[in-house]
Design a protein around this ligand. Sequence first.
Ligand code: 5GP
Ligand code: MN
Length: 339
Amino acid sequence: MPADVSHIEQMVSVCRDARTILIATHVNPDGDAIGSSLALAETLEKLGKKVVLYDRDPVPYMFTFLPLADRFTSQVPENETFDLLLLLDCSELSRTGDVLTNFSGYRQLGCIDHHVTNDHFAQVNLIDAEASATAELIYEVVFRLDPDFSREVAVNIYTGIITDTGSFHYANSTPRSFEIAGKMVDRGVDPWMVAQQVYESEPASRLQLLGCVLQTLQIAPDGKAACVVVTREMYEQTGTNAEHTDRLVNYPRSIAGVEVAFLLRQEDEQSFKLSFRSRGKVDVASLAQEFGGGGHKNAAGCYLTGTAEDIIRLVFEKIARLLRDQDAETTPLAAGAVH
Ligand code: 5GP
Ligand code: MN
């Protein structure tokens, strides 16, 4: 359901009324989570609000260039009650991690998000599953709060949009995403500067990790699903960590004929974070939701326990079944078969 102007106006007025605001986003933050939070924080501070920016995990290295990125804290201020706790890019409160989920120092809970699995859990919601990025919705709010917002705010919004659209490769890229990104360029954003920072400033160790990860490639017997695995041992061998796994899942998806790709990232001995990517036929948000996760139709995630081998077998079977069910629905002969 797209957000209408009344939802935007309501969020704007809630922001205007609050004096102290805690902005929080999801664990393992991405460019949209960080960019959206920073753009809104700068705008609210300009209006004289006291803002604290929280994330359980540090800002990934490719986003530390973003204006105000050093303002994030991983400590929730104790003994303080905020007028507003605003969750950005989070489809559920638990996506912020255990500490914030159990925090009660706020009077009102708001959420600005674009995940299809968001069930409007907050008191004030600005949710639009058709927005390519939360940053698109942040633009709507920021523009109304401060029409003269700075180039720094624009860089943050722009980065949120390009990272969540895969630099406008993905199906979520709409005329509105291009339009807002264009407006940000009008306000002084340099696309090549941002692209260099985000995509072309990798440590050599990431390429070594990529080499290890590609060797784990497995393709399902029907050729329609593929996966790769990242183990803690690989991190040790290459001097990398979870931050360096961003976008690695795109490699198995790039194979001709692959409809769904996934990456298993080892968290503990027998526990893995899964990242799903679909070419469009399979709704991976529903698939991830079956495993207790969530996300978007073409990009979603969840956590699973077990051995990598068992998880891969289970997920390959699930995907094969989903694809078979879909083929049966779309093939009239099969649907009407009498024997
Ligand atoms: P990624 O695979 O890049 O971690 O995440 C892809 C998308 O799925 C992102 O929009 C992310 O917010 C969402 N996502 C990833 N993991 C989870 C999860 O465990 N729970 C939920 N609800 N969403 C997730
Ligand atoms: Mn997002």
